[in-house]
Design a protein around this ligand. Sequence first.
Ligand code: NI
Length: 139
Amino acid sequence: MKSSNGQASRPSFESIWRMNEPINLDQKLGLFSDHWSPKIIAELNDQHVKLAKLKGEFVWHSHANEDEMFLVISGCLKIEFRDRVETLNPGELIVIPKGVEHRPVAQEEVSVMLFEPKTTLNTGDAQTSNLTRNDLDKL
Ligand code: NI
C-alpha cells in the first residue's frame, strides 16, 4: 500500500507487537521513575494510551483540540480547575474537555493512565518549559 506521498506505508513495529497482546500496567510502571514525562504503552485509532508518574504541581494549561482522560492507578491526584478542585483516588478517572484550563497536582507520587489523541502535547497551550515533552518514549 502506498500513501499519498508515495512512500510505502505499513504499521510501525510498535503497533505490530503491541496490538493483540496483554499489557501489564505494573510491569510498565516499573520501567521508569521520572515525573511528568508520559510514556506511550499502546495506540489505537490515532489515540495514545500513556502511563505517567506525577509528583508536585504541573503548569496551568488547556488543550485547544483534545479532550484528555486521566485514570488514577495509585495515589491521590487533584485536578485544579479555575472554579474548583476535583480529587481522584485509585480506580477513578476524569475527562477534561478541550479548551478547559486545568492543573494536575500530586502531593505524593501518583501513577496515572492517560488516553488522548496522538497530537496532544502535555503542556497544551502553556509556554514551552522544562515540563514540556515531545517525542515520548514508548515502553
Ligand atoms: Ni492537560
